[in-house]
Design a protein around this ligand. Structure first.
Ligand code: NAD
Ligand code: ZN
Ligand code: ZN
Length: 362
């Protein structure tokens, strides 16, 4: 048993509490990882607020991390102690019907499909003050050591800097892949991205890499515009600067609406606005933002009747165990610069400050 620190969410609506926790050894088919670095994604904020589906408290959140394998359970063959890895919040078991389908990246053994946020055998590897603590998305990266199923671990290049490539565990891969895999942005096309957090800025990078000729970035926080321009946005607009709905502004700016629109915020109204901003016949809208659990969207069906496509994205459409190591190699080959997404680096004990910065749009 390892004793180490973890950021525990005891109940919804409370700050994280840094606690000493016990992490038991990995069982058969599991891997124990020393987490070296983790990012903060807005999805962790949904968990803290209590609006992420099927999350029971207490829980150790965090799902955008990178680390080093500490030990492996019986039967684990794909990684060994000392390997650098990214734990996968969307796994790839390689055996389920979705994993076998080349068109899908949603593994049926995903934590998202489970009613309880425990490990697959319905038990936890974490205890704190005598209480069982739940896992999050199998990975719980806000712990110095975590235990995950082998099929939720991607072995990466030993040269990778873990404090940088942790972002490939969620935010960067999600946004970049939403453009490349889900929307399949074509060269010369026009794109609009709603929300310029870590995810939305990564969509901007993906649109640019795919050769889009016009990339319109939309946010109510204008402090995000400089970074969006640096990453490839050609126009940056705030809905607050217009009396008209933003979908009308975008349609006028582009003639018939953009070819591809992306929602990377997580509100019903911006999802509808993003949908209505794309070309009424051939437009594709990708929903990346996560709505609070239990919420619904009401949409005028004629928005779709004319031909638009509305689709979602789970982790950017990547088959994670196959693709995340390749993305890490592309990072090392400098094919993209995800380091530009890093705004602050804090010690683990200041994780709540990190959330304050996220809430403040910094
Ligand atoms: P973030 O908080 O860093 O960024 C959100 C951005 O949206 C901010 O810049 C904010 O100013 C902007 N915004 C807020 N309200 C707005 C409005 N009305 N109009 C325009 N802009 C507005 O968040 P993030 O970490 O980039 O995550 C974005 C969303 O993506 C979250 O909902 C998160 O849960 C979701 N997410 C989904 C996946 C997936 O696999 N589908 C993966 C990661 C994150
Ligand atoms: Zn995330
Ligand atoms: Zn699977």
């Amino acid at each position: 048993v390892i004793r180490c620190r973890a950021a525990v969410a005891w109940a919804a609506g409370q700050p994280l509490s840094i606690e000493e926790v016990e992490v038991v050894p990995p069982k058969a088919g599991e891997v124990r990882i020393k987490i070296v670095a983790t990012g903060i994604c807005h999805t962790d904020e949904h968990v803290l607020k209590g609006c992420f589906p099927n999350v029971e408290f207490p829980v150790i959140p965090g799902h955008e991390g990178a680390g080093i394998v500490e030990s492996v359970g019986e039967g684990v063959t794909s990684v060994k102690p000392g390997d650098k890895v990214i734990p996968l919040c969307l796994p790839q078991c390689g055996e389920c019907s979705f994993c076998l389908n080349p068109e899908s990246n949603y593994c049926l053994k995903c934590h998202f499909s489970e009613q309880q946020n425990l490990l697959p055998d319905k038990t936890t590897r974490f205890t704190c003050k005598g209480k069982q603590v739940h896992h999050f998305l199998w990975v719980s990266t806000f712990a110095e050591y975590t235990v995950v199923p082998e099929y939720a671990v991607a072995k990466i290049d030993p040269a990778a800097p873990l404090d940088k490539v942790c972002l490939l565990g969620c935010g960067f891969s999600t946004g970049y892949g939403a453009a490349i895999n889900n929307a399949k942005v074509k060269p010369g096309s026009t794109c609009a991205i709603f929300g310029l957090g870590g995810v939305g800025l990564s969509v901007v990078m993906g649109c640019k890499a795919a050769g889009a000729s016009r990339i319109i970035a939309v946010d109510i926080n204008k402090d995000k515009f400089a970074k969006a321009k640096e990453l490839g946005a050609t126009d940056c607009i705030s809905p607050h600067d217009y009396k008209k709905p933003i979908q009308e502004v975008l349609t006028e700016m582009t003639g018939q609406g953009v070819d591809y629109s992306f929602e990377a915020i997580g509100y019903a109204e911006t999802m509808i606005a993003a949908l209505a901003s794309c070309n009424m016949s051939t437009g594709v809208c990708v929903m990346v933002g996560v709505l609070d659990s239990g919420s619904e969207i009401s949409v005028d069906p004629t928005l779709l009747l004319t031909g638009r496509t509305w689709k979602g994205s789970a982790l950017g459409g990547w088959k994670t165990r196959d693709c995340i190591p390749k993305l890490v190699s592309s990072y090392l080959e400098k094919k993209f610069n995800s380091d530009l997404l890093i705004t602050h680096t804090l010690p683990f004990a200041k994780v709540n400050e990190g959330f304050e910065l996220l809430r403040a749009g910094k």
